[in-house]
Design a protein around this ligand. Sequence first.
Ligand code: SF4
Length: 217
Amino acid sequence: MTQTQELVNWSYEEKCEKAVESLGRNGFTAVYCRTAQQAFDYIVAAAEGAATVGFGGSMSVADMKVADRLGEMGKEILNHSMPGLSLEERVAIMRRQLTCDLFLTGTNAVTLSGFLVNIDATGNRVGSMFFGPKKVIVVAGRNKLVDGDIAAAVKRIKDSASPPNARRLNYNTPCAKTGFCCDCSSPDRICRITTVIDRKPRLTDLHVLVVNEDMGL
Ligand code: SF4
């Protein structure tokens, strides 16, 4: 590892630790993970008693390839992003995610004050984050940290997450072509539901893994 990488990691570690501390103060079970592998191991251990595991469509989680391991462990995987599914089949899986044993997702932003900020098009992902599943694990790479308020978190999402996500999902939005948000009125607009989870939801066992690696968008 170069000295530059060491210093970047140190700088992010300080930010990750601050976010973990704030999330803990806000009632979440917050854990610092030095690597994505540590987050992977945490998820596998947490899934021990779960029969059904839902996936919210997060690239952070998909890139970890944890679904393969959980499938080998005999878990039923509820993933509406599997290729070849009809719209009806996708919606049926999304509904089942709302009541799964363990729900895995990323987050679009985490403020250093310990808030989770997200923007969704359908709402299945954010809905499952705060009520329904018995346990929720949110994986937050260091690139999701925002040293600022909710407006700064929304700006991060509109600058860095929504345009490439619209492009990834082949939506016909201006940002999918230009890379910049213009607060469009497109029928394909993916920014429809903005949520702020500022304290642990009362009935949801919500864990946040803050990882000192860039993960997802
Ligand atoms: S509001 Fe429209 S242009 Fe802006 S990020 Fe969302 S989908 Fe893209």
